[in-house]
Design a protein around this ligand. Structure first.
Ligand SMILES: CC(C)(COP(=O)(O)OP(=O)(O)OC[C@H]1O[C@@H](n2cnc3c(N)ncnc32)[C@H](O)[C@@H]1OP(=O)(O)O)[C@@H](O)C(=O)NCCC(=O)NCCS
Length: 194
């Protein structure tokens, strides 16, 4: 089977790519810089998460996962400088095909780039790719009830609140409630024939 080519997504101000392992030091730097900013929303991570060796392997695995239709984990750069500083991440994970055609959305932006509409721009581009190119019907996202910025971002992208899940995810050493939201493809199509 032909290998699926990793996308390059461009908006007015942002470029998103699935970087190769050479980007490991810059991806690592992004997570180190944003450790306090992102930590309250993150699951337990492997002990070597903040090492270059981890990211060298992980970036290769992420590409394989994309080729295998399992996930798409992208990193954000200022437009046109995908060899530069990582300013955010946006991923689609847990691809489910068949009658659901759904996946889960996650994202984060560098604290110095927050409040400028960049996350909205980037996440919007990833969602358009999910619907138009990957053929998903439903993109799901959950957020902590206290995470107003995340809730605002999802609302402005058209996500609809579908429920409130108690003790939904184990984050930051505890089970955390989440607001569950989803967005469906504005041009729905039946799933491909099995
Ligand atoms: C969630 C997160 C990505 C939201 O980032 P953000 O920068 O607030 O999101 P947006 O890109 O939608 O930007 C919106 C803000 O930019 C402002 N803005 C400035 N210029 C803008 C423009 N050209 N277009 C749109 N908004 C603009 C908006 O007014 C808004 O500011 P306000 O919240 O002070 O009113 C960020 O807070 C984050 O990384 N948090 C930590 C990780 C996290 O929570 N991840 C999600 C887990 S569910």
């Amino acid at each position: 089977m032909k290998k699926r080519k990793p996308p390059i997504l461009e908006t007015d101000r942002v470029t998103l790519i699935l970087p190769g392992e050479d980007a490991a030091p810059r991806v690592l730097d992004y997570f180190i810089r944003n450790e306090p900013h992102h930590s309250f929303t993150l699951p337990d991570r492997p002990a070597d998460f903040l090492t270059e060796a981890y990211w060298r392997k992980r970036l290769v695995d992420d590409r394989t996962d994309f080729e295998n239709d399992a996930s798409l984990r992208m990193f954000m750069f200022s437009r046109g400088i995908a060899g530069g500083t990582v300013i955010g991440d946006c991923g689609l994970t847990n691809f489910v095909r068949g009658t659901l055609q759904g996946c889960f959305l996650g994202y984060g932006i560098d604290h110095d780039h927050e409040g400028r509409g960049l996350a909205h721009e980037a996440v919007g581009a990833v969602i358009a790719y999910a619907f138009e190119t990957l053929g998903f019907h439903r993109v799901m996202a959950g957020y902590l009830p206290t995470n107003e910025r995340s809730g605002n971002l999802l609302r402005r992208l058209g996500f609809v609140v579908e429920g409130y899940a108690r003790d939904y995810l184990y984050l930051n050493n505890g089970w955390r409630d989440h607001v569950l939201t989803a967005l469906t493809n504005p041009n729905p199509k039946p799933p491909p024939a099995p």
